[in-house]
Design a protein around this ligand. Sequence first.
Ligand code: ZN
Length: 460
Amino acid sequence: MNKVWEFEGLLQQDDWISPAYVTTDNSGLITDISTQKPILDIEVESVAGYAIPGFQNAHSHAFQYAMSGLAEIHPDPTSQDDFWSWRETMYNIALTMDPEQFEHIATMLYAEMLSHGYTQVAEFHYVHHDKEGKPYAQLAEMGNRLVSAAQTAGIGITLVPIFYQQGGFGKAPSDKQRRFISKNAESYLELLSASDSATKKYNKANVGLGIHSLRAVDQESITAVLNEAKQMPIHIHIAEQLKEVEDCLEFYGQRPVEWLLNNFAVNENFHLVHATHLTAEETTGIAKSGAHVVLCPSTEGNLGDGIFPLGQFQQQGGQWSIGTDSHIGINPLEELRILDYGQRLTTHRRNQLISPTNGDAGRFGIDMALKAGRKAMGNHTVAYFEVGQPLDAAVIDAQTPLIATSNPKNLLSTMVYSGDRTFILGTMVNGAWKVKNKIHYASDQIVSNFKTSIKALKFR
Ligand code: ZN
């Protein structure tokens, strides 16, 4: 049904439109944007909020949501706990879930993402096989479950099935990695094709191509799958950990990003996840290649990864998006804040999230995370809202005291630097409320299924 939405304001690239009247057709596509109320005999819904484009979550491992908070108890406080010991806990949990439990956890997570204003997620998915490591009868069974989870929750999904071949540079996979493994490029490409088919049931789903990391796939196989990438977004973890850099130096004689840039035609379709440990030359190399970086500040902080050289990267026109990775945090406002604060704490300067043409840090962060985030989904739309595109929006609550008293100029930075989920009045996907008045439309059932599955898994 055609409908008119009346917002207090609608954020466009250059400024707020206020008031804003957005007309949508019966599939949720925008047919008109105006400051004047259309003279049409159709339903008008007034919304006490400011609509901004829905946030793009460019990096997710949905099942890890179930282990949030579980790796913070240290029975022996004198022992070393780092990324690699955290990874052991994560592997143990990945081995426990059946497809239905996996789907329930992902659905809960995706509903929570919507409540925080995300409308699209890139799922970096590597738990492909059954608990014994055998492929399911339907090769993309687990990917199919993620698409179902996204559909039930109402979020858009870019399913990125991950090529995971080996346990480390030149090393066989460990037994605990058995659910992840594709032996060679051919078997990965079969999985990719099955994953593509699994996305066809949902009009907000598509696929990307994913390589777990340089340590997890050999050079010949990377070359073979990249040849099939066409225009798909290409996701890869890179240089997250110092040990990974050392291992790569030992095996290839070069650092991870250095080796990637030297051996492949890296371009704007690449989304390098973390890219934490870089030399100045590597940082310049990524920026020059046009590749994007996906930063996951709450997870990177939680895992003690390190700090990305954002200032240098931005000065050279580098583009970045945000992701919530392990989901220890799932608030996009917090991701932007932690990213900025990490830079401020290490540079002793406050103006970090800015460009020569945009000195509003909140606005700059939202703009960068939106545009690069969309590209991580294979979506090259630049306009915030335009005719012909779906109405996917996070709506800021105009009644929140700080928002109610902000002038439009201060609104985005007020939200980014002081906001939490209570600032999000609702989230719309394809012109329909998925979260309305702060409540997810299918919350009761989703929470109930989540509790049932977690209880059965017994690890929380
Ligand atoms: Zn990750």
